[in-house]
Write a protein that binds this ligand. Structure first.
Ligand code: ADP
Length: 509
């Protein structure tokens, strides 16, 4: 391979970067050397090659600004060279040197992507303005690329911001259909964004909430630049509803956006907490006020009237019972608060579950009225690892519910048997039963089934929440099976005491 002509260094003080990198390909060594030298003297970084093949194999082209090549060359002509180079470096500026007679071919060269041509013999007065324009084009290209890159980065930055936001960002068209949805929609409502594009947002809004939105929405849509803050229940893909707080910004008039920009936040948990707090205030105030009113009324009667002894006794009995009920309510409420805050200490020990069941049932048998309470436990029950007092509280709550919610009497059965490393306990009744839709909420604080038959049955909706807290603190599980009108069975498990387990297993229990 013939080495490329001398890479001429520019005279001192000339800025090569500013002037650019020119590759000269000409099979005539005199032309090539003269061009390399003259342009180098003017501050360009030049490299000369006698043929296209050598230039192609010697260079990687990406940092070349201009290819100045002869049109007519043996082996590879200027057009073929330029076409090949432009495939490697599409932004390179190609200038063809051509004789007077080959102007049509030079025009053909421009059709394959040459920037311009200069006539041979090449004069500086003809070449320098063309080179100067070529360098301007290169500079503009570089600036455009830089600007495009800066724009791309900015866009990437904002896209990442939106796509990682926990709030949903959406753009709606004027007709209310989704044009863009950020990925948070999947976390909040379960849909992949693409599934909702083109569908109207109303399709997701709970019908009861939609009617309330109409007036505000109509005004909002008519007012350019208006913002709106609304709350509504939105349909999750699984069929449930999540409460969203939605801020809309009407940018329909803004040519860059031409849409409604929406920011939506899932506030379901906050709403649930608020609802619980409201329930708590209303239940506590109602449940405290009712017994207090009757206490005060009967106490006033006793103080202000001369009553016969049997009446006095009757009123004092009512006062006593109401006081007991109030004490229960307050204790349950405080117990639950303490447990849910993780401040309850459990005295876990080896506990005789069989004895505990019998004792608790005995207490209830004396109060059971028309109910028959039966015990059906295995002949020998292993001791369990439990806090006896808390377990008694669980059984008492379940038994009292079984009796309370069987107003027409019937059998109440308490049973227990070994089940692996657990003891399974159940309390079954033949009472009112529980509607299936109430089952998922049954163990929630303050939940009570709304039914005309249970309305007059006293209670706070705290008992089962307490029971669940206690069982779960014992690493056990609690669940219920119920048939409306036929009865309910509550099951729970407690772990067998560690020391007892091996010997019991050895006895085949
Ligand atoms: P309370 O009994 O004070 O209302 P609970 O938390 O113990 O509160 O029970 C919550 C609700 O579950 C009750 O109000 C009742 O509607 C329902 N429930 C509980 N136990 C039974 C049962 N054995 N039979 C039918 N319904 C029951």
């Amino acid at each position: 391979m013939i080495p490329p002509d001398e890479t001429a260094l520019p005279p001192a003080g000339t800025d090569t970067v500013a002037q650019g990198h020119i590759v000269i390909v000409d099979d005539d060594p005199r032309v090539r050397t003269a061009l390399c030298q003259t342009l180098a003297d003017r501050g360009y970084h030049t490299q000369g090659f006698p043929s296209g093949a050598e230039a192609l194999s010697a260079l990687c082209w990406t940092d070349v600004d201009v290819l100045l090549c002869d049109l007519m060359m043996p082996e590879m002509d200027g057009i073929t060279l330029l076409r090949t180079v432009l495939e490697i470096a599409p932004d390179l500026v190609g200038i063809i040197m051509t004789g007077q007679g080959s102007i049509p071919t030079a025009v053909a060269a421009m059709q394959v992507g040459a920037f311009d041509y200069v006539l041979k013999p090449v004069t500086l007065s003809a070449l320098l303005p063309v080179l100067s324009r070529a360098m301007t084009v290169r500079r503009l290209q570089a600036e455009c690329q830089w600007a495009a890159e800066a724009l791309r980065r900015r866009e990437e930055h904002f896209r990442a911001l939106i796509e990682h936001a926990l709030d949903i960002v959406a753009i709606l068209n004027e007709d209310g259909t989704f044009r863009y949805l950020s990925p948070a929609i999947t976390q909040v409502l379960g849909y992949p964004p693409a599934e909702l594009l083109g569908t109207p947002d109303e399709a997701l809004i709970h019908p009861d909430d939609l009617t309330g939105l109409w007036d505000a929405r109509t005004h909002f849509l008519r007012t350019p630049g208006a913002t709106i803050t609304v709350e509504y229940r939105a349909l999750h893909k699984d069929g449930s509803f999540r409460t969203l707080e939605v801020i809309g910004n009407n940018l329909l008039h803004n040519p860059a956006m031409a849409g409604i920009v929406i920011n939506a936040r899932d506030i379901s948990e906050r709403k649930e907490a608020e609802r619980l707090k409201d329930d708590m205030v209303s239940v506590v105030s109602h449940e405290l006020r009712t017994p207090l009113t009757s206490l005060r009324g009967f106490a006033e009667l006793l103080l202000t009237r001369e009553l016969p002894p049997d009446k006095q006794r009757q009123f004092l009995t009512i006062i006593h019972d109401e006081t007991v009920r109030l004490t229960h309510l307050i204790n349950d409420f405080l117990d639950l608060q303490r447990m849910q805050a993780g401040r309850q200490t459990y005295h876990l020990a080896c506990t005789d579950l069989g004895a505990l069941l019998r004792d608790t049932v005995a207490v209830f048998t004396s109060e059971a009225g028309p109910h028959v309470i039966r015990i059906e436990t295995a002949a020998t029950l292993p001791p369990v690892h439990a806090d006896g007092e808390r377990l008694r509280q669980v059984l008492a709550n379940l038994l009292s519910n079984a009796i309370k919610f069987s107003p027409h009497g019937g059998a109440v059965t308490v049973g227990a048997r070994l089940d692996g490393a657990q003891v399974l306990v159940w309390v079954a009744d033949q009472g009112l039963g529980i509607p299936p839709e109430a089952l998922p909420k049954l163990f929630s604080k303050f939940f009570r089934v709304e039914h005309h038959e249970t309305r007059h049955i006293g209670g706070t909706g705290l008992g089962l929440a307490l029971v669940k807290e206690i069982i779960e603190a014992h690493h056990g599980a609690i669940w219920v099976e119920s048939v409306l009108g036929k009865g309910s069975t509550f099951f729970f498990t407690v772990p067998v005491a560690a020391t007892a387990a091996p010997s019991l297993r050895a006895h085949g229990v």
